[in-house]
Design a protein around this ligand. Sequence first.
Ligand SMILES: [Zn+2]
Length: 228
Amino acid sequence: MSISRTTNISCPACGTQQDVQLYDAINVETDPQLKEALMHNQLNRVDCEDCDASFRVDMPLLYNDPGNRMLIHWVPETANVTREEILEDFDESVEQMNEMVPADINLPSVRLVLTRVELVELIFMIEAELNQRVVEYVKYSIHTRNMGKVDPRKSRLLLNVQDSTDEELCFVMQDVQEQTLGKVLRYGRAAYQSICELYDEAPEEFMEMFPGPCISARNLLLDDGTSA
Ligand SMILES: [Zn+2]
């Protein structure tokens, strides 16, 4: 089931107050049209009733994909809540949840993302059956080998599943401040496959590097940077 509520908000362009329906949680099995809206950047988008402004209301969203046994929380960073605070709070609540649930219950995987583009990227990855930890490992090595050009403080790497081919994975650089997309980087599919083989041999090493729930090479690099 999906969960929505009616909220009164004012248009950022003209200030008109209006009641709008916004989603807190979407279930893509029962409401596939909401997933389509999300993928097309239409979910929680408001068209002002008084002027022609169209704006998106970003608020925490739970994406539930029961078929793939996957729960993804999107918790947007705001002026009041930093990335570090979101990660810390989320870790705490996952820990509490794990303590409450009996050990023999097999919980769906829980993921955390901080931006809509990362949510969309992750949905594509799950559906293409790509290994998210291996993909982030690839990003990690692209960042560390090209620190000058692909600086994690300024850029985020996004996997573009749709433009990837059997030969190459296609990554696009996004400017974190401006949110604009830039250079495209290609990574051999064969190299990705060999890392998948390493993963199958020793998954615990990848788990240790990316324990979750936020699996992100960029976050790992930023955290290493602040603790160094
Ligand atoms: Zn307006």
